[in-house]
Design a protein around this ligand. Structure first.
Ligand code: HEM
Length: 452
């Protein structure tokens, strides 16, 4: 049997070294990748002399991300852009440093440890929801404040309080600039008087000031509060007994803060829209919440007892995966993928957005909201590798148990208190920032159940 090579793969002709493709990616990344999809399950693309492939088949996705994990590093532009803010955290490091950090940090994110944060999560959510009035509510603001408060309380045992709005705005500025900069071949220094740079500098100063203040205060007080920061400080490498360095603790706080709230807020945002637009699913989820909780505040133990509520969250992340794309890796050596020889340095792109909507893996109305797909005994089995909102392989999301618990608790508290309905007729249009956001935000009508 002859082995195919990268040159044998289908690809659109490259014009002007691929510069127009980079410009198109800045405008609408998902449209560019969708155009690649029309070429098959493993098309190629060249940009600025770099060979790349898109992987659209779940089996091939697993083959590359799991079986060949040791031949992958992250595509450098992602870490370059993110490390400006997140330093040398587990999100951006590679090789032995990443292995050491990941091994240590996993101890702080096991399901058992995460269950210990449930009360902090529900305190934050209950406090945030207590301030919500009946009527039209900007859900993007609500969820980004709620999830920011959750991460602030779990990290530092402190509500985010008066800093919320400024911090939420700063995070948004940083996400927008990160994505815009990713599709330039390099990042121009932030001190240059270019459009967007002053806003980026201000946003970055604000976030560093906020987090640095908490970390320094804890170091100065030396108290052993058992929150996430306390845990990061207490972690010891099982192999060597070493602690994380002060800089690593700080960088890890930053990555938990950044990676840990915008993603969950985005998932909840799409979920709230889908439940508002599907009153029957909303009613079923609420009936389940009422039956399990009988009006009390949910705990970690309850989260597994509400399968339909969980299915609505999973289905929301299928249709609108917060990390919709740019799980891009570079090969450190030659591999054979699906019988095709790919040379070292090839870029490999995996795109949940397309895997999650492909009729071959989702034969039952792939674009429709049907939480039943995720219920026990569903009609179709989901092929492995076709549903990857948290990624897959050794670099799978470190915070996934945290995120699932947080979202389930917030969703249950919201349904206990409010009925959700659309404020207009238009379905929100998704747009890729670092996460997949509704282009013009999302406003819903909330009616408290006492008034309903
Ligand atoms: C709904 C919420 C979330 C989603 C959809 C999500 C999604 C993801 C995905 C897809 C990746 C892998 C990216 C890749 O392979 O290139 C990832 C990595 C990561 N996530 Fe999450 N995430 C969520 C919440 C969180 C939370 C709450 C935290 C921390 C508190 C967190 C921390 C991280 C970290 C540290 C990594 C990097 C892991 C590594 O490279 O070893 N995430 N996340």
């Amino acid at each position: 049997m002859t082995t195919l090579t990268w040159n044998d793969l289908p690809g659109h002709p490259t014009r002007w070294w691929g510069i127009p493709v980079l410009a198109a990616m800045r405008r609408d990344y998902l449209a560019v990748i969708s155009a690649q999809r029309s070429l098959g399950d493993l098309p190629r693309q060249t940009i600025l002399g770099e060979r790349g492939v898109d992987v659209f088949d779940p089996e091939l996705v697993r083959e590359v991300m799991v079986d060949h994990a040791d031949a992958l590093i992250r595509w450098a532009r992602g870490p370059e852009v993110f490390s400006q803010l997140m330093g040398q955290s587990v999100l951006v490091t590679e090789g032995p440093t990443w292995q050491r950090q990941r091994r240590m940090l996993m101890q702080a994110f096991t399901p058992r440890r995460v269950a210990g944060y449930a009360a902090l999560m529900t305190d934050a959510a209950a406090a945030g929801l207590a301030g919500v009035q009946d009527g039209e509510v900007a859900m993007d603001t609500l969820f980004s404040h709620l999830t920011m408060d959750v991460i602030s309380r779990t990290l530092f045992s402190t509500p985010i309080g008066a800093d919320t709005a400024a911090a939420a705005h700063a995070v948004q500025v940083l996400s927008e600039t990160a994505l815009a900069e990713m599709f330039w071949p390099f990042t121009l220094p932030d001190w240059l008087p270019l459009p967007g740079k002053a806003a980026k500098r201000r946003a970055s100063r604000l976030i560093h000031g906020l987090l640095g203040g908490h970390v320094n205060a804890r170091r100065a007080s030396g108290d052993g509060t058992p929150d996430l920061l306390g845990m990061l400080m207490a972690l010891r490498d099982e192999a060597t007994g070493e602690a994380l360095s002060p800089q690593e603790v700080y960088d890890q706080c930053m990555v938990s803060f950044q990676a840990g709230h915008e993603t969950s807020a985005t998932a909840l945002l799409w979920w709230s829209w889908l439940l508002a637009a599907h009153p029957e699913a909303q009613a079923r989820a609420r009936t389940e919440v009422d039956a399990v909780l009988a009006g009390r505040v949910p705990t970690a133990d309850d989260s597994g007892a509400m399968p339909f509520l969980s299915a609505t969250l999973k289905e929301a992340m299928r249709l609108y995966p917060p990390v919709a794309a740019i799980m891009t890796r570079r090969l450190t050596r030659e591999i054979t993928l699906g019988g095709v020889r790919l040379p070292a340095r090839t870029l490999v792109r995996v795109t949940p957005w397309l895997l999650h909507r492909d009729p071959r893996w989702w034969p039952d109305a792939p674009l429709a909201f049907k939480p039943e797909r995720f219920m026990p005994g569903a009609a179709h089995e989901i092929p492995r590798g076709a549903y990857i909102p948290f990624g897959l392989g050794p670099r799978v999301c470190l915070g996934q148990h945290f995120a699932v618990l947080e979202m389930t608790l917030i969703a249950a508290l919201l349904l206990q208190r409010f009925e959700l309905s659309p404020a207009g007729n238009e379905a929100p249009k998704p747009r890729m920032a670092v996460t997949l956001r509704p282009e013009s935000g999302l406003t819903l009508r909330l009616t408290s159940r006492r008034a309903a």
